[in-house]
Design a protein around this ligand. Sequence first.
Ligand SMILES: [Zn+2]
Length: 473
Amino acid sequence: MRSRRIIGTALATVLGALAGVPAAAPALAAPGNPGEPRYTAGAPSAGDPYFPDQGNGGYDVRHYDIALSYDPATRYMDATTTITAAATQDMDAFDLDFRGPDVTSLTVNGHKASFTRTGQELVVSPRPKLKAGQTFTVVASYAGTPPVITDPDGSIEGWVPTDDGAFVPGEPQGAPAWFPGDDHPTDKATFTFHVTVPDGVTAVGNGRLVSKTTTGGRTTFVWDQAEPMATYLATVTLGTFTVAESVTPGGIPVYTAVDPRLVTQSAAAVARIPDILEYFTSIFGPYPFGSAGAIVDRAPDVGYALESQTKPIFSSAPSVGTMAHELAHQWYGDAVSPARWSDIWLNEGFATYATWLWTEHTGGATAQQTFASSSNYGRAATSSFWQVVTADPGPEDMFGNVPYNRGAMTLHALRGKIGDAVFFKLIKDWVAGHRYGNASTAEFVDAAQKASGMDLTAFFDVWLYQKGKPASW
Ligand SMILES: [Zn+2]
């Protein structure tokens, strides 16, 4: 029922957007001369049924440059986002995903462009029109209060004010709260952030801190994320923070920002970051980014942590296990992101399994013991837990137990089936082969079959695609 409603919304969105772009009609009705560009509107959706308004067609974003100032006292943002993209079709209109405040000006390649806003679609009509292959630059300025976004499971994300700043998580649909873009994991880009805040406030973005400049009572932090990143992994969480910088034994710089009220409670987890990264590097392959770290904030209304790229964010003091989970996502989720949101177990199952491995590595329960426990395979066959499909949990259950725990169980069962040597090579090669891109469940099934030389159709069918507690595999 939920799926049908969402698909209906997607169709309405597509039809509505086409109806709103009259310039598309002549191109569809009358073919032009051979070789003459036929300009049409880029698609208003990436076609992902979980979030049908997300993403757009007609272009590929290469870089976001986001310059914003924010005053925690007034919750007022003044921002300019510059998007560098390449057109993938001859195009007279395209959509950006944006739920932020009033757009005060918008240009494409330096020319003022007309635009309309409907829901999260910011529909831009560039003139001159864009040709396939052409690189173009969109400059959008906007000002006001960015919104908090509520997800299908009731949790909040986007731009969440805290008592000393803002907590900024973006999964799965929060990024358009504070910058316009192509908000689907399949369109990765590099990012630069220039965040200006009152003196005393620290703004922490993805990647490396390039500069920190203070003038007239305000400080601008410039952060650069040099490796491609999905929009949902972007953050500029800001507030009062105790900052520490170090370098892992492997040479990765680590930047941690912790709310001063949480320094004591989070000390154990923060201190283990280098050890966790070294251990995961030994089993998953090289750490995929040029920097690492963590942001521990006090955002009691959020109540979860998120694997924002290079800087996982925690809304309260994390346990060592939660820290390990979010750091594992740097390989599984961030470097390799889901092709569709239904593939979310490729993020959460791997991060959960990584934590089982970390627990065993540090002298706790073995992965086999965790697999067999009452919160995993030990659940009764009659439990409702077994009634959600791992590889298609639906938008309301995508962050429920199943993609996490049944996902991890799937990996442990696979390891038993194909053996340690093949399994650990498979999951390492998975990152190396898809790093900075996306991958699907079908691709993982295919990779596992190729790596093992086994027909695993029945195995993956019972673990990933069927409801019910697997009885044999
Ligand atoms: Zn996770």
